[in-house]
Design a protein around this ligand. Structure first.
Ligand code: GLN
Length: 502
């Protein structure tokens, strides 16, 4: 059932199977129009969305208008760029002007943002065609999309299983060929973990390498927008479009993104001579399923056949990453989410010409936050309270510094670190909702890079029980190019992963 290996190799009659790079090239060469490409994806959405539920909003008319504008610019002889006319889906945590943006929450239902996030603006400027907004755990808190107020998304590999989270909608859309590209956001793993469990490529850029302007804040010191794709080159192309300095984001890094596209192409040649892969000693035996460990071991061996060298590194504080994250992220969220007070966003007084302030307040309270968001706000408020601040929030910040020092020491001995992306393959719905800690474990291996701020990518490396496994490649801050090189080299030997037909 599973074809593995050659999807991007030859032209396929079905445009939804093409890579973004191929689509962009064919559109640029006039072999296919952006409108045709967009229609093919809208048809695919119409055919599978009832089963996958990757999206919260599909903007068919807007997408076709954007595609036609790319076609007419091309016809007028203007350059449209490598991703001009290529469809993209955007996680519903990024604001889009005049297009519903809910963050997977009832509290933002009916809200129409008055502006575009920088990432969205850059997509439009580069001629990408936005298909719509993807499903997510409420306010990006979760690892399965089961905390979306609008129902979960389904994993195209097995519709009885979760597509990861919080960005499960973006990953499901790309794995299910509803879009060749999507945007996710990664605070503790929400691009990489969905990537791993859906057999897609997901990259968290260096913190500050992609703008947070217009990204509805969960944990401001961690939130990072990034690309989701089916190939490493596609992820790099998208990363190059959305990344780089933004004067509207005070934590944006004032330096260009390294040449991630060139690095991905270099990696695809399959030569990793002299590249040192660091294996984190403390991750060994840390709770990964045997099938996941085996696939990751095989992937690392495949990388050594391409010339890479394996070194063991020690990161003794990584074991405290999960507890530190679950103090820092809730603390920041308890402050950030205070703005959703039922007055400023969502339902408005006078909507439908009728609603009074009292009605709006009581409707908003009824709709309220879901259980996971409430749990985080309570945790964060407690951790920040007078008397407990030093013991919890202050202590977690110290651990964060120690984790960054572990990375610095590891990167003196290794060029990149490699590890599983997630300890387990896609799990069945309901398997981890009764015990929050079991859900939090999904991000055991992804959280250290968030606390440190460095880039990390998940690339499909094999199957376990017929389900995809991701290899995670972590790099030093602002060395995003390195992870693309290693990920592309792996892809060149293990091939691409296509889910069974839906
Ligand atoms: N699963 C993690 C959490 O629930 C990560 C979320 C994210 O990266 N947005 O907080």
């Amino acid at each position: 059932m599973t074809e593995q290996g050659n999807r991007a190799a030859g032209p396929d009659a079905d445009l939804t199977r093409w890579s973004a790079a191929e689509l962009g090239r064919a559109i640029g060469a006039g072999e296919v129009s952006a409108e045709e490409v967009t229609r093919a994806h809208l048809d695919r959405i119409a055919a599978v969305e009832a089963r996958v539920h990757a999206s919260l909003h599909v903007d068919g008319e807007g997408a076709l208008a954007a595609a036609r504008s790319v076609d007419s610019r091309r016809a007028a002889g203007q350059a449209v760029g490598p991703l001009g006319g290529v469809p993209v889906a955007v996680k519903d945590v990024l604001v889009t002007r005049g297009i519903p943006t809910t963050c997977g929450s009832r509290i933002l239902e009916n809200w129409l943002p008055p502006y575009d996030a920088t990432v969205v603006e850059r997509l439009r400027d580069a001629g990408l065609v936005m298909l719509g907004k993807t499903n997510m755990d409420e306010f990006a808190m979760g690892s399965s999309t089961e905390y979306s107020a609008f129902g979960p998304s389904y994993n195209p590999w097995d519709l009885s299983r979760i597509p990861g989270g919080s960005g499960g909608g973006s990953a499901a859309a790309v794995a299910g060929c509803e879009a060749p590209l999507a945007i996710g956001t990664d605070t503790g793993g929400s691009i990489r973990q969905p990537g791993a469990v859906t057999g897609t490529v997901g990259a968290k850029p260096t913190y500050g390498g992609t703008s947070r302007y217009g990204l509805i804040a969960f944990s401001s010191s961690l939130d990072t927008p990034g690309p989701v794709a089916r190939t490493v080159e596609d992820a790099a192309l998208l990363h190059a479009v959305i990344g780089g300095p933004d004067p509207r984001d005070s934590t944006s890094i004032p330096a260009p993104v390294p040449d991630v596209v060139a690095a991905a192409r270099q990696g695809a040649s399959g030569d990793l001579t002299g590249v040192r892969l660091g294996l984190v000693k403390e991750f060994a035996g840390e709770g990964a399923e045997p099938g996941v460990s085996a696939a990751v071991r095989d992937a690392i061996e495949a990388l050594t056949k391409l010339g890479a060298e394996v070194v063991e590194v020690s990161c003794p504080h990584f074991r405290y990453a999960l507890p530190a994250y679950y103090l820092i992220a809730p603390s920041e969220c308890s402050s950030n989410l205070a703005r959703f007070d039922g007055v400023r966003y969502g339902l408005r007084v006078g909507d439908d010409g009728t609603r009074s302030l009292e009605e709006v307040m009581s409707l908003t309270r009824d709709r309220g936050f879901g259980p996971e968001v409430k749990r985080r706000i309570m945790l964060g408020t407690y951790a920040l309270s007078a008397g407990y601040y030093d013991a919890y929030y202050g202590q977690a910040q110290k651990v964060r510094t120690l984790i960054s020092r572990d990375f610095a020491a590891a990167f003196a001995a290794a060029d990149v670190l490699v590890a599983p992306t997630t300890p387990f393959v896609a799990f069945p719905f309901g398997a981890r909702t009764s015990d929050p800690y079991q859900m939090y474990l999904a991000d055991l291996y992804t959280i250290p890079s968030n606390l440190y701020g460095g880039p990390a990518i998940s690339v499909p490396c094999g199957l376990s029980e017929g389900l995809p496994v991701g290899l995670q490649v972590m790099a030093p801050t602002m060395a995003d190019d390195r992870m693309y090189r290693v990920a592309a080299a792996l892809e060149s030997t293990v091939g691409l992963f296509t889910p069974p037909e839906l």
